[in-house]
Design a protein around this ligand. Structure first.
Ligand code: ATP
Length: 270
């Protein structure tokens, strides 16, 4: 059903406060918030508001979170779909879903469309097409390009898309007037990990002496999603032991468990 594929959540709750670190990316998307809120300010001198931006970075670094925060900050509806939803779709359905999504977003404009895993539909055309089974994907991609080209200058719908493989994308997507801006969302450094811990420690009952710098130092290579996981896991570990507050050892146990999980995942892939 329609509702399954994309959900419009007027996600006015998520704000930049929920996004830790990512200062550069937040600065860049702040401009998009401004375009949505005060379009006339930008079109007054004849300039065209960008139609799309690509959020590029490893899994779990906060791309979806950032896109939701843009909608929340601008107080506009958020329409989303994931490229992977299109993989097993019948012929013609993908393109019509894209058409539908844009129609709804235009009706509710100003609004945000978010396309997660755009690489699933946006891989370069004409490659790895031995089986001919990519026709449906190409139709979907072509529809997406058509929709973006069809936007008037005053449509005021901005399309954000996320990928961790910008290198495989069809160059047509990056052409002027489409996803002509790329915003990098990298893994957090130690200072940013501390900020992410602070966000995800907020709802936890923890020992007052807990050293957040220490936790940040113990988690090199962790994404924001991994850190959110550590915090939740630590709370569950402490609860299982019947504790009243989460302590340092619970976090270390949680870190070990997450590292174990990551290693297993990598083993399966390679
Ligand atoms: P994917 O590429 O796997 O779709 P993503 O980059 O879209 O991942 P999100 O889905 O936004 O990542 O992140 C997952 C969760 O991890 C978020 O809901 C949030 O709880 C946490 N998280 C990730 N990055 C951050 C961050 N910078 N600040 C706070 N929380 C974060």
């Amino acid at each position: 059903s329609k509702a399954k594929l994309f959900d419009e959540k007027s996600d006015t709750k998520t704000s930049f406060k929920d996004v830790a670190g990512l200062e550069g990316a937040k600065e860049e998307v702040q401009e998009i918030v401004d375009f949505l809120k005060f379009p006339e300010k930008y079109t007054a001198l004849g300039g065209k508001i960008p139609k799309g931006a690509l959020l590029v970075g490893p899994p779990g670094t906060g791309k979806t979170l950032l896109a939701k925060a843009v909608a929340g900050e601008a107080q506009v509806p958020f329409f989303s779909l994931s490229g992977s939803d299109f993989v097993e779709m019948f012929v013609g359905v993908g393109a019509s879903r894209v058409r539908d999504l844009f129609k709804q977003a235009k009706e509710k404009s100003p609004s945000i469309i978010f396309i997660d895993e755009i690489d699933a539909i946006g891989r370069a055309r004409g490659k790895n097409n031995m089986s001919g089974s990519n026709d449906e994907r190409e139709n979907t991609l072509n529809q997406l390009l058509t929709e973006m080209d069809g936007f008037g200058t005053n449509t005021n719908v901005i399309v954000l898309a996320a990928t961790n493989r910008a290198d495989v994308l069809d160059s047509a997507l990056m052409r002027a007037g489409r996803f002509d801006r790329q915003i990098y969302v990298d893994l957090p450094d130690v200072r940013e990990r501390k900020e992410i811990f602070e966000v995800h420690l907020r709802p936890l009952k923890k020992e007052e002496t807990l050293d957040i710098d220490f936790l940040a130092k113990q988690t090199p290579g962790f994404s924001g999603a991994d850190i959110a996981n550590v915090c939740n896991e630590a709370a569950l570990i402490a609860a299982r032991k019947g504790k009243k507050a989460v302590n340092k050892q619970d976090f270390l146990d949680a870190v070990d468990r997450i590292i174990g999980g990551l290693e297993k995942k990598n083993k399966i892939i390679t």
